[in-house]
Each structure stands twice: as C-alpha cells, then as structure tokens.
Design a protein around this ligand. Structure first.
Ligand code: ZN
Length: 256
C-alpha cells in the first residue's frame, strides 16, 4: 500500500477541495482492500452522488470515504439528513472510511474504518436548512458526531502514516460483528452504553460508575424515562455478546 496520492490527477482542477476529492477517491480505489472479507481490491462506484462509494466485488459490502486535510474536528459533514436517516432505518448505510491527509505532501496521515452498525440516529446531527437564496434552498444536511462512536467502532487502518497489517484490521472488524443489530433503537442504546463503559477507562467497573452517565444518556434518549434499568439491560446485552463479564454484586469486567 502506497500512502501517497497521485498528484497528477488533481492538476486539471482549480479548487483544493476538488483536487483532494479526486486524489483521495482514486487513492482508495487503487489501494484499499475489503476490511470485511479481505478481498484485495474495491471497485469505485462511478455516479453523480456527492459521496465516494466503493464496492467489494466479493462480499458486496459498500464503503463510503470521507476525507479531510488535517484532523477532523468533532463532526464529519455528510450529505442529506433525510437520506442518511432513511438509510439507517433500512440498515442500508455504507461502512465509512474516515481519512485525514497531509497537504501539500498529499499523503494519508490517518485512516479508520467505522463499520456501518456503529451508526445510530443519536450521532446524526441535523444541520440548519439552506437559506432561501441558496441554490438548493431548504435542503438539510447532517453532521456525523463521530467522536461519540465507541472506540471499538473506529478501527485504524493507517495510523500517523504507518500502515497496519490488513489481517489485524480485518480481525478487529470481525470482532465487532457481534455488535451488529438491525433494530435501530436497540443499536442506539447499545452503542451509547458501550461508549460510556469505554469512557470509564478501567477494566473493572461498577454499576454505579455507569450510572454516572445517567444524565448524558437521558439527554440522548429523551423519550425514555427509565434510563437506569435500560443501562442494566444493555450491560446484559454486552455480556451476552461477549464484551463483559459479570462479577456479581454490581461489578463488571471488560473481556480482553
Ligand atoms: Zn468484501
């Protein structure tokens, strides 16, 4: 894998954004493998959509690429809010490659894969609709609050310019597959409780520790008025999926 872009591709474009888009998309199409099944190449899906989609010819999973010059902030700008929500509900959203590249060197600095089942309605933030004078007046985009995704769901492929062994990447992705759930409401709770457990940054923790996030979770799930029972339920789900061990007496341990 060569982490450098083909800069000749950008020469016929004026804006740095367009140059970057062409170069990053071409880079992914010629360098990325399928992190789900390990197939060595992905195919670029040429179309008019404002997103870069890639298809695995073997397992038919679809990937979208989002790239940024330098570090992404807390959110990743995405396309239409309604389209995103509809795709989530239909369990039809792509897996996401998140790329941070260096300019003017034009090389990949960081690249992560976020498997599609880590996306929940809670991390999709509606933007303000475009004003009446805009070309697409009324159109509403969205931001992905990717920092609220559990770290298990942000799997590095390239880290500070170092390419991680594809086999390790594929194993890490495969290890998250038990978290996949098509029920979108259940998914939101599961990912949010997992996020809180990770935030504790300890292997052994107590129910009281997780209860410390009651307000955080209540804000994210305003229709639910039984947050603490929900926390207990989700800890059971995480145990059943092999992520946690129950030690008894309200004590838990994260499995390695
Ligand atoms: Zn594949």
């Amino acid at each position: 894998m060569d982490i450098h872009f083909d800069v000749t591709l950008g020469e016929s474009y004026h804006s740095p954004q367009q140059q970057a888009r062409v170069m990053t998309e071409a880079w992914a199409a010629s360098n990325m493998y399928c992190v789900i099944c390990g197939a060595p190449h992905l195919q670029s899906l040429k179309n008019n959509k404002p997103v870069a989609d890639l298809l695995c010819p073997k397992c038919h999973n679809i990937f979208e690429l989002k790239s940024h010059s330098g570090p992404f902030g807390g959110v990743i700008a995405d396309g239409s809010y309604n389209t995103m929500m509809a795709r989530l509900v239909d369990d039809n959203n792509p897996h996401l490659f998140v790329m941070e590249y260096k300019r003017p060197e034009y090389m990949v600095e960081n690249l992560w894969i976020i498997p599609k089942y880590f996306f929940t309605p809670e991390i999709i933030i509606k933007r303000l609709p475009l004003g009446p004078n805009a070309k697409r007046a009324g159109w509403t985009g969205c931001n992905i609050a990717w920092k609220s995704i559990p770290s298990k769901g942000k799997i590095p492929i390239i880290k500070r310019g170092d390419v991680i062994d594809p086999q390790i990447v594929c194993e890490k992705v495969a290890a998250t597959a038990t978290l996949a759930t098509t029920k979108i409401n259940a998914r939101g709770w599961l990912m949010d409780v997992l996020y809180c457990v990770e935030k504790l940054e300890k292997e052994d923790f107590s129910l009281q520790d997780v209860y410390g996030y009651t307000d955080y979770l209540q804000k994210r799930h305003q229709d639910n008025h039984n947050v603490q029972p929900k926390i207990r339920q989700q800890l059971q789900v995480l145990r059943d999926k092999g992520y946690l061990e129950f030690l008894g007496g309200g004590k838990y341990r994260i499995k390695r």
